[in-house]
Design a protein around this ligand. Structure first.
Ligand code: ASP
Ligand code: MG
Length: 432
């Protein structure tokens, strides 16, 4: 009989130090009779630190090795808290770190995104080796799986696109067998492999998506994301008081929330789960007994207002130079350029001769877009904006959210209100 498989995903915050890893082991010990595919991210803020290494190497600042050494030392310090001195995990992890050193020893590659993926993904490779090593050390037999052997992607570096039929075949020919040998199989989030066997990442915060890929291919019974919050909340608790946990959500509501920038789950996570009706639990690794949030095929109920704020947005004002209307062919041309330069449109509006769009403020990508537009359009950019989305809003709430803000554009639909805002400049005496 086929085993019932659960998929668990633990993010960087859950494995940020030795106590975190012990806590993860403790949670897993309660599921020792289940067959679990465990997906783990890089520890704590490792991915950010490795991005700094890549930038230093690309810009030849001369500090790349030093920054990399600091990342290594952080990992060794954690390992010393988990393992005896002569444990064979030390040379294993060291060998993995050496792989990026080879890249750093050479001239920076011309293809930044390719180089980025070869260095940054080391974070997941070492974290999973350490956590699997620790589980085995305490007697919870765990097989370490290289996700690059089973997740196939195209070569869009830093944003790999999954080749589903190949991935489906690889996962099913390997993972169920491994889960027969051992109840726990542990692998990396965020990482896949191209057909030439190069490492490719799936985009920042992509580990949730990896877990959803495994869930889909394995027909998992459920997927659980273990977080440092009690579940999906009505707003970010770092920005708002009195937030409450949503006990249940429909896939539809969850996908809308993540689309508008709720960072609790990676936006690509919901679709594979919805397609197979696999329930997604979002639970706390700090209070693992709590119910968390369950996301399923539920019929939508009455949700409370849900507020999502996406920072670091830019508002672009694009208008045609010759006064021709922004319609038909202009729009399709504009959309194709946004796609080409991988600029994600969060909100848009068009008038007779102008087109307004709110996009993430990624200066490099926008520079390329502006170059492509400059012959036919004038473009202006307003930086430092926030995109505020309120689902299930009521008017009084919107008014309170506008306090101390300048609203640049807004739009209200029956369920969703959105506005692009900037903080009101503080008037100082000498300005008056
Ligand atoms: N470690 C990667 C990141 O920080 C992937 C993830 O955490 O989901 O973006
Ligand atoms: Mg995450």
């Amino acid at each position: 009989m086929k085993n019932i498989i659960k998929v668990f995903k633990f993010g960087g915050a859950s494995v940020k130090d030795a106590d975190g890893i012990k806590n993860v082991a403790n949670i897993l010990s309660k599921f020792k009779d289940d067959h679990i595919l465990i997906v783990i991210s890089a520890m704590g803020k490792t991915t950010n630190a490795l991005e700094e290494v890549v930038n230093a190497h690309a810009k030849k600042t001369g500090t790349a090795h030093e920054l990399y050494e600091a990342v290594k030392q952080q990992h060794y310090a954690i390992m010393k808290n988990l393992f005896p001195e002569n444990h064979d995990i030390f040379p294993i992890v060291n060998d993995t770190f050496v792989e990026a050193e080879w890249v750093l020893d050479e001239e920076p590659f011309e293809d930044y995104d390719y180089m980025y993926d070869q260095i940054v993904t080391i974070g997941e490779l070492v974290s999973t080796k350490i956590v699997a090593g620790y589980l085995n050390f305490i007697g919870a037999t765990t097989i370490w799986l290289d996700s690059r052997d089973v997740i196939a992607s195209d070569n869009t570096y830093r944003e790999g696109r999954i080749i589903w039929d190949k991935t489906m075949h690889l996962i099913n020919s390997k993972v169920p067998k491994l889960l027969e040998q051992s109840n726990f199989v542990l692998t990396q989030g965020f990482i896949a492999s191209t057909s030439e066997n190069f490492t490719v990442s799936l985009g920042r915060e992509g580990s949730d998506y990896s877990a959803a890929i495994f869930s889909y291919c394995l027909d998992a019974e459920s997927m659980t994301i273990w977080k440092d919050v009690k579940g999906v909340l009505t707003a970010d608790p770092r920005m708002f008081e009195n937030v409450s946990k949503l006990d249940r959500l429909s896939y539809k509501e969850a996908i809308e929330m993540t689309y508008y920038g709720a960072t609790v789950i990676h936006p690509k996570t919901i679709k594979p789960l919805q397609n197979k009706g696999i329930p997604l639990y979002v639970k706390s690794f700090i209070e693992p007994e709590g119910d968390g949030t369950i996301i399923t095929n539920d019929v939508d109920t009455n949700y409370p207002p849900i507020i999502i704020i996406e920072k670091n947005q830019a508002l672009l004002y694009i208008s045609s130079k010759d006064f021709s209307f922004i319609a038909e062919h202009h729009l399709s041309h504009l959309f194709s350029l946004f796609d080409k330069y991988r600029i994600w449109i969060n909100m848009m509006r068009n008038t007779a001769i102008s087109f307004l769009v709110c996009v993430p403020n990624q200066p490099e990508r926008l520079k390329n877009l502006f170059k492509a537009l400059e012959a036919d359009f004038t473009v202006a950019k307003e930086e430092g904006c926030e995109l505020v989305t309120v689902r299930h809003y009521y008017p009084g709430l919107i008014e309170s959210l506008k306090t101390d803000k300048v609203v640049l554009i807004d739009e209200s639909g029956s369920k969703t209100f959105q506005m692009v805002t900037k903080n009101m400049p503080i008037m100082r005496r000498k300005d008056i």
